[in-house]
Write a protein that binds this ligand. Structure first.
Ligand code: AMP
Ligand code: MG
Length: 329
């Protein structure tokens, strides 16, 4: 299959493809999504196939207007409307009770459904012109780094889907916060740019999910995610990064790189290969996946800063831990 890639000029054609039951990759403010008509089970099946995604990992249903809410969810609590007013469109996914019209495949058989209003004009146009909610996971091959540029989607999806809508770099850069509103205490199943602290003024009781996933509430949580193509280990301190770099350099001649934020990299001499992902949590989130995709092309070994000791980097560190498979040296 030939994969077309382009911008706004392709929007009518993209909407037509969605209506015909095809898969289209599209930009959002978080990461690029791989979309299909949420009500069409054959179309949604094509998403799972293109990504090689396990069938028990549910998709988020993307909406462009509040009118669509009652078509995808039932028994919607008042908290949902409050949060939608406060944070939508934006990087917040709400888990609600599923409408029976949503096919099993979209939610991996769960009685709940994740919904979100993306804050990207092309995404909003695609949903409204297709005249249906669009189910979409991130547009990467399952287990790989999430794509934050059209080019990154092309690397993973060329030949597998008919079209990629390209809108350059995603602003937020990590996936949405996933908040379960179906039971109390309300729980953040996946951290994102909207933190528990930001949600707290609107909810009486909200907490971050903690601990090991035993019973699968959010199936995506149990898979190893965000793996670069080369080995990747975590480090908490600059001196450990230097020691480890020197150690692996013998075997991996000059193809080692240290990735971290400005403060961390300032402690590392310039003779070491290093790439900054910025200064603040917002900057670092926006650059993380793109930097990792660039680094895996150029280097054979990545030493990645672990931010566990910095609570303001909590959401980004969740992705970093998964990229390093929880290994800290
Ligand atoms: P992705 O967009 O690739 O990050 O995948 C969507 C993620 O959203 C899944 O891996 C889950 O973590 C979460 N999600 C979607 N629907 C549900 C649901 N009904 N219940 C819990 N989590 C969900
Ligand atoms: Mg994903």
């Amino acid at each position: 299959m030939k994969t077309k890639i382009g911008g706004k000029e392709l929007i009518e054609e993209a909407a037509k493809l969605i209506k015909e039951g095809e898969v289209v990759a599209f930009p959002t403010e978080t990461v690029y999504g791989l979309g299909a008509d949420a009500f069409n089970k054959d179309a949604v099946e094509k998403i799972f196939k293109a990504k090689g995604r396990p069938a028990d990992n549910p998709l988020i249903v993307h909406l462009s207007s509040k009118d669509q809410l009652n078509k995808v969810a039932i028994d919607i609590p008042k908290e949902a409307y409050i949060l939608i007013d406060a944070f939508s469109p934006g990087p917040l996914t709400l888990i609600l009770n599923r409408h029976p019209d949503i096919p099993n495949i979209t939610t991996s058989g769960l009685n709940t459904v994740g919904i979100r209003f993306p804050n990207n004009k092309l995404a909003q146009m695609l949903i409204s012109k297709s005249d249906t909610p669009i189910a979409a996971p991130s547009a990467n091959i399952s287990g790989r780094l999430s794509p934050t540029t059209g080019q990154a989607v092309y690397e993973d999806m060329n030949g597998k889907i008919p079209m990629i809508l390209d809108d350059g770099k995603c602003q937020v850069g990590i996936e949405s916060t996933v908040l379960d509103l179906t039971k109390k205490p309300y729980t953040i199943l996946r951290p994102g740019a909207i933190s528990a602290k930001m949600l707290a003024p609107y909810l009486s009781d909200v907490k971050n999910f903690e601990g090991e996933v035993k019973i699968v509430t959010a199936p995506g949580m149990k898979y190893k995610h965000y793996a670069p193509l080369c080995p990747c280990v975590g480090v908490k301190k600059a001196k450990n990064a230097i020691n480890h770099y020197d150690k692996v350099l013998d075997t991996i001649t000059d193809k080692v790189v240290i990735i971290g934020n400005d403060f961390f990299l300032n402690l590392i001499p310039d003779k070491y290969n290093k790439i900054s992902i910025g200064k603040t949590p917002t900057e670092c989130m926006a650059l993380f996946f793109d930097t990792m995709r660039e680094a895996e092309k150029k280097y054979k070994y990545i030493i990645l800063q672990n931010f566990e000791d910095y609570p303001e980097f909590y959401s980004l560190n969740n992705r970093i831990e998964k990229s390093t498979a929880h290994i800290i040296v």
